[in-house]
Design a protein around this ligand. Sequence first.
Ligand SMILES: [Zn+2]
Length: 288
Amino acid sequence: MQTLRDVLEQTQKDGVAIGHFNIADLVLLKAVFASAQELKVPVLVGASEGEREFIGVRQIAALVRSLREDFNFPIFLNADHTHSLAKAVEAARSGFDAIVFDASALPFEQNVRQTKEAVEALKSINPAILVEGEIGDIGTGSEIHEEAPDLSNGLTTPEEAKQYVESTGIDILAPAVGNMHGMLKSMVQGETKKRLDIERIAHIKRMARVPLTLHGGSGTDDEDLRQAIAAGINIVHINTELRVAWRRGLEEGLLKQPHEVVPYKILPFVVNSVGQIARSRLRLFNNE
Ligand SMILES: [Zn+2]
């Protein structure tokens, strides 16, 4: 069975990216897994601290492990945006494949110190675990935002990326390159798109020499995503687009069957709606 590290190395050789989809319930997991199975591509599911709290840390780990083993399929689990060492340790002990240790709100030196400490602690629990660190500002909240935050001062510089990777020992870097968490209303309506700084990604890749993750991929211009992957992005996070699809699917299921109370007759609408997004994103990330 391939490990997440093997899959990341393969994406780099093939010029593709692994899709990372956040899940908060079994319906999202079913939709994401079915999409990856259909397209026969590896997939990474993520659960933030809030999402983990809702499903249960050990429970989500058991679900993903059982899919991987029962179907002999490369599905992996990431502890997304983990702000404390205690929560990171809990995820590592529960069998997560990767952890995003996010101290990016702190000044650079403190971010370096805390991330280095987390890398050491997590590798002592599981030497094979992949730790991702983040520098720069990509906003917070995979939700619908009224106004665009000004993130222009928080872009990651290539020099800072190199120094951060070398002094922390992280396996994967999440830079700020024009990406942003959440979506604006105009993006949900398809009127505007996020644009990425492709030159910056390529320069960061040359300097940092590690796999790169693009957070906040929802609502990004398709061509920018293709170019970002060609420039060195190995993992793309999609959360808000799935959340929007989850809600639309649920509304459709309820509206079309106003008297239905059987969950497994309502929820397939959600699986279908979320699956459409997951499949189209996976196709794009895998150059299909
Ligand atoms: Zn993120």
